[in-house]
Design a protein around this ligand. Structure first.
Ligand code: ATP
Ligand code: MG
Length: 457
């Protein structure tokens, strides 16, 4: 296997001192993730110090460590290990001659990042690299860069933030050739106050664009003017995607596909493309358009991307669909338990409304981090619930009280304190032919409802 890093390269990147000659084939800062041949970076956190686990990583087959205190193993000694991680990321980006894509947005980052990766990997098998999971913060992004093989042709990085200024710092490390904003929504709004402030903070991603880089902007967003204004300052080109007339990559038509998902006809800058998106819902049509705009921006193969979108693997907790049999029929469970905010709630409720089902049931948990607007935004779910023709709602947690007040007399609902109770209600009331959407912020623990329903827990 080609080494990912040599001792000399690591010493040079970090300004540290290497204890000897070694090579590593992987990088981790979670000691439990270290396997044979890997480099362990001993970060000092608020509660734990990675240096305590250095011995364990070598017992697991680790090849070397980055440390700020000498150890009796192959290592590079640096002043600050967190800075060293960033330095390695910067060196990784500097030696990379392919194209780099940064993906941000309030929703759809991981989904769009994964879809982009599958499209690029289909074009150039084994030569595309992506961040794992939602590794999108000040350590997750550098780690993902540090893991990028030296011969990568396309790197795709998810980039997140909770506060203004965070993306500005990250994007200068990633230096994207194409920077995508998927959508703006009131997620983490308690740290920002307004959605405009969120849009401004997301637009920071454009500040790190490489010369010749492209900004990719959601056409249908009310924040498009702001995003475009910011993009103009940094980008050589701007591409918009969406449903509205005037978008550079535009869905002319999107209809439900026979086997789930959507069948889309899209107008691209130079051609029309018909493709299927495996994941259902207009929000996934939007993500697919973002993917095509990005592929166009980095000179990729649009036809291959279209094929890849038809074969997207399901992502746990983000729309994963399980049909399980009951005595005389089946129940469809749509697992959206990984996260929730007003925009993604509306998007997935709209999709629930389009499911062919005898009854539509929504198990909805709290949307966290909404600050002073929490009560109003929860109450505001009444309209999408009604529009979707939901037959029964199970509302989970105290945050749902304002919504319960609004639904009184309008939709049949039960309000329960926690996920366990929700599972009991659903188990006793579900019937063959039901479609059940389970969605809430991760910390509400609605994955337990899904596990109870699908037999996983
Ligand atoms: P996180 O900030 O937690 O990493 P993320 O931005 O990576 O989130 P995803 O994990 O891709 O977001 O998607 C989370 C949920 O958001 C999905 O399960 C779906 O309900 C919804 N979603 C995805 N894309 C969109 C979109 N374009 N518009 C609205 N909702 C979306
Ligand atoms: Mg994510």
């Amino acid at each position: 296997m080609t080494p990912l890093w040599t001792a000399q390269e690591l010493a040079q990147a970090t300004g540290g001192i290497a204890s000897g000659d070694f090579v590593v084939t992987g990088v981790a800062f979670d000691s439990r993730e270290v396997g044979p041949g890997d480099l362990f970076i001993a970060l000092k956190g608020e509660t734990t110090d990675g240096h305590r686990f250095v011995d364990a990583t070598f017992a697991a087959g680790g090849a070397a460590a980055i440390v700020s205190q000498p150890v009796d193993h192959p290592h590079v000694l640096v002043a600050d290990t967190t800075q060293a991680l960033t330095d390695i990321a910067i060196a990784s980006r500097a030696r990379m001659t392919g194209k780099v894509i940064g993906v941000t947005g309030s929703v759809g980052k991981t989904g769009t990042k994964e879809a982009l990766f599958h499209a690029l990997d289909r074009m150039r098998p084994g030569q595309a690299h992506r961040s794992l999971k939602s590794y999108n913060n000040h350590v997750g992004v550098p780690l993902s860069l540090a893991r990028m093989p030296r011969d990568t042709l396309f790197g795709v990085f998810e980039m997140g933030m909770n506060h203004a200024g965070e993306l500005a710092a990250l994007t200068r490390i990633v230096r994207p050739d194409a920077a995508v904003v998927t959508a703006i929504a009131p997620a983490h709004i308690e740290f920002f106050g307004t959605e405009t402030a969120i849009a401004q903070a997301k637009a920071e991603i454009f500040e790190g664009l490489e010369p010749g880089g492209t900004a990719i902007v959601p056409f249908d967003s009310p924040h498009r003017p702001l995003l475009i204004e910011r993009a103009r300052m940094c980008a050589s080109a701007i591409m918009t995607f969406g449903m509205g007339a005037g978008a550079d990559v535009r869905a002319l038509e999107a209809v439900p596909a026979r086997d789930g998902g959507s069948l889309v006809t899209a107008q691209l800058p130079e051609a029309e493309l018909c493709f299927t998106v495996a994941a259902p819902g207009d929000h996934w049509v939007s993500n697919a358009l973002a993917v095509l705009a990005t592929i166009e921006a980095v000179g990729g193969d649009l036809a291959a991307a279209g094929l890849a979108l038809a074969e997207l693997p399901q992502l746990p907790g983000r729309g994963e669909r399980t049909k399980f049999p009951l005595a005389d029929g089946a129940v469809l469970v749509i697992d959206e338990s990984y996260n929730a905010n007003p925009l993604s709630m509306a998007a997935t409720l709209a999709q629930l409304g389009r499911e062919h089902a005898k009854r539509r049931i929504a198990v909805l948990g709290a949307m966290k981090e909404l600050g002073v607007r929490s009560a109003a935004l929860h109450a505001g779910l009444a309209e999408p619930l009604q529009d979707a023709g939901v037959d029964m709602a199970v509302l989970v947690g105290t945050e749902m009280a304002p919504l319960a007040d609004r639904l009184e007399g309008r939709i049949h609902f039960t309000h329960v304190p926690d996920a366990l109770e929700a599972a009991h209600v659903i188990e006793s009331q579900m019937r063959p032919g039901d479609a059940i959407l389970v969605k809430g912020s991760n910390s509400v623990g609605l994955s337990r409802v899904v596990a109870a329903l699908t037999g996983g827990g």
